[in-house]
Structure formats: C-alpha cells, structure tokens
Design a protein around this ligand. Structure first.
Ligand SMILES: O=C(O)[C@@H](CO)OP(=O)(O)O
Length: 207
C-alpha cells in the first residue's frame, strides 16, 4: 500500500527575517544561514530515506530557493514542481517592509501580536490567518491532497503563515491553538495521512 506522505517545510531564513522586517508578499531571497538551513532540511529528509514524487511551492523566491536546495540534497533536482500563489506567505499589507520592533513601538506590543498571530484580525491592508486559510485550503484540498491520497509522496516548501493555515486543518487546531504555533525556518514536518485525509503520524525534524 502506498504511504500517503506529506512533508511541509518553511523556507530557510530570509534577508528580511534577518533584518526583522514584515515580509508577506515581498520577495527577499535566503540569507547564507537560510541556504544552510534549507540544505540541512534536505539532508534530514534524505536521512529519513524519503523520496518524493511531486513538490509544491509558492511564487516567492525564498520558498522556491529552499525547495531547490532540498531537492539538490535529495538528488531529485528534476522533480515535477508546481508553483502557486495560493501557497504564498500571508500578505502583510501596509506593514510589509516595516521593522517589527519599530511597529511595536508605534502601535504597542499587544496590537502587533494581534496582527501577527490572531486568527481573524488582518493587518491594515493585508490578510489575516483566516484570509490566508481561505486561499491556501482550497488549493490544498483540490490540488495537493488528491495526489497524496493516491500515493504521490509530496513535498511542500512554503511560508510560516500559509503552512500554519494548513497545519491548523491537519492538526485540527482551534483559533486559540494556532495562536501559539510557531514554525522554525527550514524544519521539515513529516505527516502520514489516513485514507480519509486525517493524520496518522507526525514527525517534526527539529534539532
Ligand atoms: O514577515 C512575515 O512575512 C512573517 C514570516 O517571517 O512574519 P510573522 O512571524 O510576523 O508571521
């Protein structure tokens, strides 16, 4: 029987993660550390003996670069890959490009935390996690999940908040539960699914 494998990985550290800037749909590349993290993610997946049939990523450079580095480590550079905007980071709207500490000074710690981690309060001009889920989930259900359920071993390289949206569904987390869920850069999470698309097992390759 095929294994219904789904691996999610957040991109490695980006230039704007390093500078502590709200990023969203802006398109910085990986830092040197981010490149190392992505390669390390690939080595960890290889050490697990994993091979993939398909990959998905966003239309943003940091996620695509991460995927390329992972596939390089896996000797799978030619893997069939689909890029879609549905997997993009949450759009940070007017906050994009601002420094996160400066934003805390201007609007206060609590307000910035609400914009960053609440479920349904969007940052000005941007997307809430709920909005992000509303575009990432249909893509997952219609484009990614059918392949996984048919035995296509699937790798998704995307972003903190687009992946948090999918994790909320996979792990059946409440809006309160997702609030505290942080995704480290370049850490793969390996899911195996049941035939009804619920999660059989989860392995977080942190550390
Ligand atoms: O700036 C962003 O786009 C995201 C991810 O780096 O930040 P946050 O941690 O606030 O979701």
């Amino acid at each position: 029987m095929s294994e219904r494998l789904l691996v999610l990985v957040r991109h490695g550290q980006s230039e704007w993660n390093l500078k502590n800037l709200f990023t969203g749909w802006k398109d910085p590349d990986l830092t040197e550390l981010g490149v190392k993290e992505a390669s390390e993610a690939g080595r960890k997946l290889k050490a697990q003996g994993l091979v993939f049939d398909v990959a998905y990523t966003s239309v943003l450079t940091r996620a695509q670069h991460t995927l390329d580095l992972i596939l390089g480590e896996l000797d799978q550079k030619g893997l069939s890959t689909t890029k879609n905007l549905a997997l993009n980071e949450r759009d940070y709207g007017d906050l994009s490009g601002l420094n996160k500490d400066d934003a805390r000074k201007k609007w206060g710690e609590d307000q910035v935390l609400i914009w960053r981690r609440s479920y349904d309060v969007p940052p000005p001009g941007g997307e809430s996690l709920k909005d992000t889920l509303a575009r990432a989930l249909p893509y997952y259900v219609q484009e990614i999940l059918p392949g996984v359920l048919n035995g296509k071993r699937t790798l998704v390289a995307a972003h903190g908040n687009s992946l948090r949206a999918l994790i909320m569904v996979l792990e059946k987390l409440s809006p309160e539960g997702i609030l505290k869920r942080e995704l480290a850069t370049g850490v793969p999470i390996i899911y195996r699914l049941n035939a009804d698309s619920t999660v059989t097992s989860k392995l977080d390759l942190a550390g």
